[in-house]
Design a protein around this ligand. Structure first.
Ligand code: GUN
Length: 283
Protein backbone atom coordinates (compact mmCIF):
# COMPACT_ATOMS: atom_id res chain seq x y z
CA UNK A 1 0.00 0.00 0.00
CA UNK A 2 1.37 3.38 -1.03
CA UNK A 3 2.35 6.19 1.32
CA UNK A 4 -0.04 9.09 0.85
CA UNK A 5 1.68 12.37 -0.04
CA UNK A 6 -0.35 14.95 1.85
CA UNK A 7 -0.25 18.15 -0.18
CA UNK A 8 -2.84 19.76 2.03
CA UNK A 9 -0.67 19.37 5.15
CA UNK A 10 2.50 20.46 3.34
CA UNK A 11 0.73 23.53 1.95
CA UNK A 12 -0.49 24.46 5.45
CA UNK A 13 3.05 24.15 6.79
CA UNK A 14 4.38 26.31 3.95
CA UNK A 15 1.70 28.97 4.49
CA UNK A 16 2.94 29.35 8.08
CA UNK A 17 6.52 29.80 6.86
CA UNK A 18 5.38 32.29 4.21
CA UNK A 19 3.33 34.19 6.80
CA UNK A 20 6.39 34.67 9.01
CA UNK A 21 8.41 36.01 6.09
CA UNK A 22 5.58 38.28 4.95
CA UNK A 23 5.26 39.72 8.44
CA UNK A 24 8.99 40.40 8.67
CA UNK A 25 9.05 42.02 5.24
CA UNK A 26 5.99 44.15 6.06
CA UNK A 27 7.54 45.26 9.35
CA UNK A 28 10.64 46.29 7.40
CA UNK A 29 8.53 48.49 5.12
CA UNK A 30 7.62 46.28 2.14
CA UNK A 31 4.11 44.85 2.30
CA UNK A 32 3.76 42.05 -0.28
CA UNK A 33 0.74 42.63 -2.52
CA UNK A 34 -1.01 40.60 -5.20
CA UNK A 35 -3.45 42.02 -7.76
CA UNK A 36 -5.94 39.54 -9.20
CA UNK A 37 -7.90 40.48 -12.30
CA UNK A 38 -11.07 38.59 -13.15
CA UNK A 39 -13.04 39.31 -16.31
CA UNK A 40 -16.61 38.05 -16.63
CA UNK A 41 -18.74 35.71 -14.56
CA UNK A 42 -17.21 32.25 -14.93
CA UNK A 43 -18.20 30.51 -11.65
CA UNK A 44 -15.04 28.37 -11.54
CA UNK A 45 -12.89 31.48 -11.99
CA UNK A 46 -14.82 33.25 -9.24
CA UNK A 47 -14.19 30.26 -6.93
CA UNK A 48 -10.44 30.24 -7.71
CA UNK A 49 -10.11 33.99 -7.24
CA UNK A 50 -11.92 33.86 -3.89
CA UNK A 51 -9.52 31.11 -2.77
CA UNK A 52 -6.53 33.19 -3.83
CA UNK A 53 -7.77 36.17 -1.82
CA UNK A 54 -8.41 33.93 1.20
CA UNK A 55 -4.92 32.41 0.95
CA UNK A 56 -3.36 35.87 0.75
CA UNK A 57 -5.29 37.04 3.80
CA UNK A 58 -4.15 34.00 5.79
CA UNK A 59 -0.50 34.84 5.07
CA UNK A 60 -0.75 38.60 5.54
CA UNK A 61 -0.32 39.32 1.83
CA UNK A 62 -2.38 42.31 0.71
CA UNK A 63 -4.59 41.37 -2.20
CA UNK A 64 -6.62 43.58 -4.47
CA UNK A 65 -9.22 42.38 -6.92
CA UNK A 66 -10.05 44.04 -10.21
CA UNK A 67 -13.38 42.53 -11.27
CA UNK A 68 -14.26 43.53 -14.81
CA UNK A 69 -17.47 42.78 -16.72
CA UNK A 70 -17.73 40.14 -19.47
CA UNK A 71 -17.93 42.82 -22.17
CA UNK A 72 -14.59 44.43 -21.15
CA UNK A 73 -12.51 45.16 -24.24
CA UNK A 74 -8.96 43.98 -24.70
CA UNK A 75 -7.79 47.61 -24.60
CA UNK A 76 -9.56 48.20 -21.28
CA UNK A 77 -7.95 45.12 -19.78
CA UNK A 78 -4.53 46.13 -21.13
CA UNK A 79 -5.01 49.57 -19.52
CA UNK A 80 -5.63 47.98 -16.10
CA UNK A 81 -2.55 45.79 -16.50
CA UNK A 82 -0.46 48.84 -17.47
CA UNK A 83 -1.67 50.66 -14.36
CA UNK A 84 -0.73 47.70 -12.11
CA UNK A 85 2.63 47.29 -13.88
CA UNK A 86 3.40 50.93 -13.01
CA UNK A 87 2.19 50.68 -9.39
CA UNK A 88 5.26 50.21 -7.17
CA UNK A 89 3.13 48.87 -4.30
CA UNK A 90 1.98 45.84 -6.34
CA UNK A 91 4.33 42.84 -6.46
CA UNK A 92 2.29 40.26 -8.34
CA UNK A 93 -0.29 40.49 -11.11
CA UNK A 94 -2.49 37.56 -12.05
CA UNK A 95 -5.15 37.57 -14.74
CA UNK A 96 -7.49 34.68 -14.02
CA UNK A 97 -7.84 32.49 -17.11
CA UNK A 98 -9.78 31.87 -19.25
CA UNK A 99 -10.54 35.41 -20.38
CA UNK A 100 -13.65 35.94 -22.56
CA UNK A 101 -13.25 34.77 -26.16
CA UNK A 102 -13.05 38.26 -27.69
CA UNK A 103 -9.85 38.94 -25.73
CA UNK A 104 -6.51 37.62 -26.99
CA UNK A 105 -5.09 35.65 -24.06
CA UNK A 106 -1.52 35.74 -25.40
CA UNK A 107 -1.57 39.53 -25.71
CA UNK A 108 -2.78 39.79 -22.12
CA UNK A 109 -0.14 37.45 -20.70
CA UNK A 110 2.59 39.26 -22.61
CA UNK A 111 1.43 42.64 -21.30
CA UNK A 112 2.17 41.69 -17.68
CA UNK A 113 5.55 42.91 -16.43
CA UNK A 114 7.62 39.68 -16.23
CA UNK A 115 8.87 40.82 -12.80
CA UNK A 116 5.26 40.77 -11.56
CA UNK A 117 4.19 37.65 -13.44
CA UNK A 118 3.58 35.37 -10.45
CA UNK A 119 1.93 32.73 -12.67
CA UNK A 120 5.20 32.53 -14.69
CA UNK A 121 3.19 32.44 -17.92
CA UNK A 122 5.03 35.30 -19.70
CA UNK A 123 7.39 34.04 -22.45
CA UNK A 124 10.35 35.59 -20.64
CA UNK A 125 9.60 33.54 -17.53
CA UNK A 126 8.85 30.43 -19.60
CA UNK A 127 12.29 30.85 -21.20
CA UNK A 128 13.90 31.37 -17.81
CA UNK A 129 12.47 28.07 -16.60
CA UNK A 130 14.02 26.42 -19.66
CA UNK A 131 17.53 27.67 -18.81
CA UNK A 132 17.12 27.23 -15.05
CA UNK A 133 17.54 30.95 -14.25
CA UNK A 134 14.27 32.03 -12.79
CA UNK A 135 12.64 34.05 -10.06
CA UNK A 136 9.23 32.44 -10.50
CA UNK A 137 8.28 28.89 -11.34
CA UNK A 138 4.84 27.99 -12.65
CA UNK A 139 2.77 27.08 -9.60
CA UNK A 140 1.59 23.54 -10.32
CA UNK A 141 4.88 22.00 -11.48
CA UNK A 142 6.71 23.86 -8.70
CA UNK A 143 4.21 22.45 -6.18
CA UNK A 144 4.82 18.94 -7.50
CA UNK A 145 8.59 19.38 -7.00
CA UNK A 146 7.98 20.56 -3.40
CA UNK A 147 5.92 17.43 -2.69
CA UNK A 148 8.66 15.18 -4.09
CA UNK A 149 11.27 17.00 -1.98
CA UNK A 150 9.14 16.79 1.18
CA UNK A 151 8.92 13.01 0.85
CA UNK A 152 12.65 12.72 0.01
CA UNK A 153 11.99 11.31 -3.42
CA UNK A 154 15.19 11.67 -5.37
CA UNK A 155 14.53 12.34 -9.03
CA UNK A 156 18.14 11.95 -10.25
CA UNK A 157 18.53 9.18 -12.78
CA UNK A 158 14.90 8.07 -12.47
CA UNK A 159 12.61 7.33 -15.38
CA UNK A 160 10.01 10.10 -15.14
CA UNK A 161 6.93 10.12 -17.34
CA UNK A 162 4.82 13.26 -17.63
CA UNK A 163 1.43 12.67 -19.22
CA UNK A 164 0.15 15.94 -20.69
CA UNK A 165 1.98 18.64 -22.64
CA UNK A 166 0.26 21.88 -21.65
CA UNK A 167 2.26 25.10 -21.37
CA UNK A 168 1.13 25.46 -17.76
CA UNK A 169 1.83 21.96 -16.45
CA UNK A 170 3.25 19.25 -18.73
CA UNK A 171 6.04 21.14 -20.49
CA UNK A 172 7.41 23.02 -17.45
CA UNK A 173 6.98 19.90 -15.28
CA UNK A 174 9.23 17.97 -17.65
CA UNK A 175 11.81 20.73 -17.46
CA UNK A 176 11.82 20.85 -13.64
CA UNK A 177 12.25 17.07 -13.45
CA UNK A 178 15.08 17.37 -15.97
CA UNK A 179 16.74 20.06 -13.82
CA UNK A 180 16.75 17.47 -11.02
CA UNK A 181 18.47 15.05 -13.38
CA UNK A 182 15.47 12.86 -14.11
CA UNK A 183 15.28 11.01 -17.42
CA UNK A 184 12.07 12.51 -18.70
CA UNK A 185 9.52 11.34 -21.25
CA UNK A 186 6.56 13.53 -22.18
CA UNK A 187 3.46 11.63 -23.33
CA UNK A 188 0.28 13.09 -24.78
CA UNK A 189 -2.90 12.27 -26.66
CA UNK A 190 -0.99 11.15 -29.77
CA UNK A 191 1.45 8.91 -27.88
CA UNK A 192 1.45 5.31 -29.09
CA UNK A 193 1.65 2.47 -26.57
CA UNK A 194 1.23 4.79 -23.60
CA UNK A 195 0.91 1.95 -21.07
CA UNK A 196 4.17 0.44 -22.28
CA UNK A 197 5.92 3.74 -21.55
CA UNK A 198 4.26 4.40 -18.21
CA UNK A 199 5.05 0.86 -17.01
CA UNK A 200 8.75 1.74 -17.31
CA UNK A 201 8.29 4.87 -15.18
CA UNK A 202 9.55 5.23 -11.63
CA UNK A 203 7.78 8.59 -11.31
CA UNK A 204 4.55 9.43 -13.16
CA UNK A 205 3.02 12.90 -13.24
CA UNK A 206 -0.46 12.65 -14.73
CA UNK A 207 -1.99 15.91 -16.00
CA UNK A 208 -4.65 14.83 -18.47
CA UNK A 209 -7.99 15.96 -17.10
CA UNK A 210 -9.85 12.64 -17.32
CA UNK A 211 -11.19 10.68 -14.38
CA UNK A 212 -9.55 7.24 -13.89
CA UNK A 213 -7.21 7.86 -16.83
CA UNK A 214 -4.19 6.24 -15.17
CA UNK A 215 -5.16 2.66 -14.39
CA UNK A 216 -3.31 -0.08 -12.49
CA UNK A 217 -2.23 -1.90 -15.69
CA UNK A 218 -0.24 1.25 -16.63
CA UNK A 219 1.76 1.34 -13.40
CA UNK A 220 4.70 -0.73 -12.15
CA UNK A 221 5.07 -1.81 -8.56
CA UNK A 222 6.84 0.84 -6.49
CA UNK A 223 6.19 3.77 -8.83
CA UNK A 224 5.65 7.27 -7.43
CA UNK A 225 2.33 8.66 -8.66
CA UNK A 226 1.52 12.36 -8.82
CA UNK A 227 -2.06 13.17 -9.77
CA UNK A 228 -2.47 16.69 -11.19
CA UNK A 229 -6.00 16.07 -12.45
CA UNK A 230 -8.98 17.99 -11.19
CA UNK A 231 -12.21 16.60 -12.58
CA UNK A 232 -15.81 16.56 -11.49
CA UNK A 233 -17.24 13.04 -11.82
CA UNK A 234 -20.77 11.91 -12.66
CA UNK A 235 -21.77 12.19 -8.98
CA UNK A 236 -20.49 15.76 -8.86
CA UNK A 237 -17.47 14.80 -6.75
CA UNK A 238 -13.96 16.20 -7.32
CA UNK A 239 -11.55 13.51 -8.55
CA UNK A 240 -8.11 13.33 -10.08
CA UNK A 241 -6.85 11.48 -13.16
CA UNK A 242 -5.72 8.36 -11.30
CA UNK A 243 -7.79 5.25 -10.62
CA UNK A 244 -6.83 5.69 -7.00
CA UNK A 245 -7.76 2.44 -5.19
CA UNK A 246 -6.05 -0.08 -7.51
CA UNK A 247 -3.11 2.19 -8.35
CA UNK A 248 -2.41 2.94 -4.67
CA UNK A 249 -2.01 -0.81 -4.04
CA UNK A 250 0.93 -0.85 -6.47
CA UNK A 251 2.53 2.57 -5.95
CA UNK A 252 5.17 3.37 -3.32
CA UNK A 253 3.92 6.96 -2.95
CA UNK A 254 0.78 8.60 -4.29
CA UNK A 255 -0.91 11.99 -4.04
CA UNK A 256 -4.62 12.02 -3.24
CA UNK A 257 -6.87 14.19 -5.38
CA UNK A 258 -8.28 16.36 -3.94
CA UNK A 259 -5.75 17.13 -1.19
CA UNK A 260 -2.53 16.54 -3.13
CA UNK A 261 -1.30 18.85 -5.87
CA UNK A 262 -4.19 21.38 -5.70
CA UNK A 263 -3.27 22.94 -2.34
CA UNK A 264 0.37 23.05 -3.45
CA UNK A 265 -0.51 25.02 -6.59
CA UNK A 266 -2.27 27.53 -4.37
CA UNK A 267 0.62 27.91 -1.95
CA UNK A 268 3.19 28.35 -4.73
CA UNK A 269 1.34 31.48 -5.87
CA UNK A 270 1.87 32.91 -2.38
CA UNK A 271 5.52 31.87 -2.53
CA UNK A 272 5.95 33.65 -5.88
CA UNK A 273 4.28 36.80 -4.56
CA UNK A 274 6.57 36.77 -1.52
CA UNK A 275 9.56 36.30 -3.84
CA UNK A 276 8.52 39.29 -5.96
CA UNK A 277 8.21 41.41 -2.81
CA UNK A 278 11.61 40.23 -1.56
CA UNK A 279 13.14 41.31 -4.87
CA UNK A 280 11.40 44.71 -4.56
CA UNK A 281 12.69 45.10 -0.96
CA UNK A 282 16.25 44.29 -2.03
CA UNK A 283 16.31 47.09 -4.61
N1 GUN B 1 -7.06 29.40 -14.49
C1 GUN B 1 -6.93 28.12 -14.08
N2 GUN B 1 -5.72 27.94 -13.51
C2 GUN B 1 -5.09 29.12 -13.55
C3 GUN B 1 -3.81 29.58 -13.10
O1 GUN B 1 -2.99 28.83 -12.56
N3 GUN B 1 -3.54 30.89 -13.32
C4 GUN B 1 -4.40 31.73 -13.93
N4 GUN B 1 -4.02 32.98 -14.11
N5 GUN B 1 -5.59 31.35 -14.36
C5 GUN B 1 -5.93 30.06 -14.16
Amino acid sequence: MAILMDGKALAAKMRLQIKEKVEALTAAGTEPALAVIIVGNNPASRFYVNNKKKDCAECGIRSIEKAMPEETTEEELLAVIAELNADPSIDGILVQLPVPKHINERRIIEAIDPKKDVDAFHPENVGRVMIGQYSFLPCTPAGVMEILAEYNIDVAGKNCVVIGRSNIVGKPQAMLLLHKNGTVTICHSRTKNLAEITRKAEIIVCAVGKEKFLTADMVSEGAVIIDVGMNVNAEGKLTGDVDFEPVSKLASYITPAPGGVGPMTRVMLLQNTLKAAQIRAAK
